[in-house]
Design a binder for this molecule. Structure first.
Ligand code: NAD
Length: 479
């Protein structure tokens, strides 16, 4: 029997179980077994969370940055101490291999620590006035209660980013996590509780996603909305927030292009790209998806890519040696099947994988699709799964144009040994994060965000605080 902790709501410093509440079953995507029951928040619970977050904001906004920093540091410390256990639970309900789950927790600890440091450096400024009797000061003040909605692919680190940014800025937060993979957020609530965060500063709720988000966003208490998930849902939430003039940060979907130039180290590129493509079974918003490869190195690249893909070991995330676990839920398996069928019907070659594996759990083979039609689903819609589409190109300009041809603009990648190509690519690509010859996005100190349909605002880097602060001018005549 695997062990899985009880699941709770966390409101005003209290862990609340499912008594007399609606609930939903949480299951293990590796074998379908039941892991636990997740309580849903009632409308009264949501109102209580709103009241608690509002009340807590009145004191947290005035709290010393040193105190905020100390609590975030303690949370980081506890995350490291508990990484193995939290990681195991993430593997159970989300599916990713244990090593990936544990490293997600450790990297989130770094985010908490970085915000603990950087939150002490939220400065205003003094603007020289036109006359000596006038003083002009710009204050940066926390915006208020934040409502956040986080997804299941990185259930710990996505939530930590939003919580750390809100708390370090002096905001309080109500967060609805992913009902499919809830253990990480319950563990996060426990961390902050144990780290001494005052009651009401962090509240965790669960429920029917559109009901919870509407209830929270429509409340006058909430001043800021932050969402990570699909473009479609992001647009709905941004519209709802916009109709009430609320600040938003939106981390939405992508369809990352990779350009492999004729002067690239082809084997190095293929090896790195396979590891990155199939991390978390491809369920990553910055996962490389459209591989545009110069035709002179196309065959070599495809051979190397297929070789490294064949070395992936698929199995339950807790099993020794597994490098790719199941998809997070059955919806993703059905979608992968649709993408593959559509590509095949359009004339593409399925050079590896292309099918579900076994009949228990949500396993889908790492899949390589060669030369799919430009209008095929895999070339135009985000697969969010273990599919790689590889197509040849002739001229760099046409590859850049192809890369920019979709409404997404999140991450993009390129492999080249020429600084001229690197310059043209980094300036030409419409993407919030351009990575050349490696994968460098997602660190605490660098901004993470997209352009076009991929979102608004950034998380990470000093940009992270923009979404949580208001700018207030104080101008004073001293005469
Ligand atoms: P989805 O859009 O239904 O859900 C994505 C996340 O948003 C889930 O955690 C869900 O609980 C939440 N959500 C859905 N509707 C919501 C609402 N009205 N209010 C608040 N939260 C809501 O999609 P899915 O089937 O769970 O996941 C697949 C798609 O989600 C992918 O195609 C991908 O684009 C997107 N996704 C993106 C990221 C990312 O990091 N940007 C992460 C996970 C999922």
């Amino acid at each position: 029997m695997t062990q899985y902790d009880n699941l709770y709501l966390y409101i005003d410093g209290e862990f609340i179980d499912g008594a007399q509440r609606r609930s939903q079953t949480v299951s293990n995507p590796a074998d379908g077994s039941v892991l636990g029951e997740l309580p849903h928040a009632s409308a009264d619970d949501l109102d209580r969370a709103l009241a608690a977050a509002q009340r807590a904001f009145l004191s947290w906004r005035l709290e010393s940055p040193l105190v905020r920093s100390e609590i975030l540091r303690r949370a980081a410390h506890l995350a490291r101490e508990r990484a193995r256990e939290i990681g195991r639970h993430i593997t159970l309900d989300q599916g990713k291999p244990l090593a990936e789950a544990e490293s997600e927790v450790l990297s989130a600890a770094e985010h908490a620590e970085w915000h603990a440091e950087e939150g002490r450096r939220i400065y205003g400024r003094v603007i020289p006035a036109r006359t000596p009797e006038v003083e002009q000061v710009v204050l940066r003040e926390p915006i208020g209660v934040s409502a956040a909605f986080t997804p299941w692919n990185f259930p710990f680190s996505q939530a930590m980013r939003k919580i750390a940014a809100a708390l370090a800025s002096g905001c309080t937060i109500i967060i609805k996590g992913p009902e499919d993979a809830p253990s990480a957020l319950v563990a996060l609530a426990r961390l902050f509780h144990d780290a001494g965060l005052p009651n009401g500063c962090l509240n965790v709720v669960w429920g029917v996603p559109h009901e919870v988000s509407r209830h929270l966003i429509e409340s006058s208490v909430v001043r800021k909305v932050s969402f990570t998930g699909s473009v479609a849902v992001g647009k709905q939430l941004a519209a709802l927030a916009g109709s009430q003039m609320k600040r938003t940060t939106m981390e939405l979907g992508g369809h990352a292009p990779v350009i492999v130039c004729d002067d690239a180290d082809v084997d190095d590129a293929a090896r790195k790209l396979v590891a990155f493509k199939y991390r978390n079974a491809g369920q990553v918003c910055i996962s490389p998806t459209r591989f545009l490869v110069h035709r002179t190195v196309y065959e070599r690249f495809v051979d190397a890519f297929l070789l490294y893909t064949s070395r992936i070991r698929i199995g339950p995330g807790l099993a020794e040696g597994t490098t790719m676990g199941p998809l997070a839920h059955q919806r993703r398996v059905s979608e992968m099947q649709e993408f593959v069928t559509d590509a095949r019907n359009g004339g593409a070659e399925i050079a590896a994988g292309g099918a579900r594996l076994g009949d228990t759990g949500c396993f889908f083979a790492p899949t390589v699709i060669l030369d799919p039609a430009a209008q095929s689903q895999v070339m135009t819609q985000e697969p969010f799964g273990p599919l790689a589409a590889i197509v040849p190109f002739g001229e760099l300009d046409s590859a850049i144009a192809l890369a920019n041809g979709l409404p997404f603009g999140l991450a993009a990648y390129a492999f080249t040994s020429s600084s001229r190509n690197a310059h043209a690519i980094s300036r030409g690509l419409e993407a919030g994060m351009v990575n050349i010859n490696h994968f460098g996005a997602g660190l605490a100190e660098v901004p993470f965000g997209g352009m076009k349909d991929s979102g608004l605002g950034s998380e990470g880097g000093v940009e992270t605080f923009e979404g949580y602060l208001i700018t207030k001018l104080v101008t004073r005549h001293c005469g």
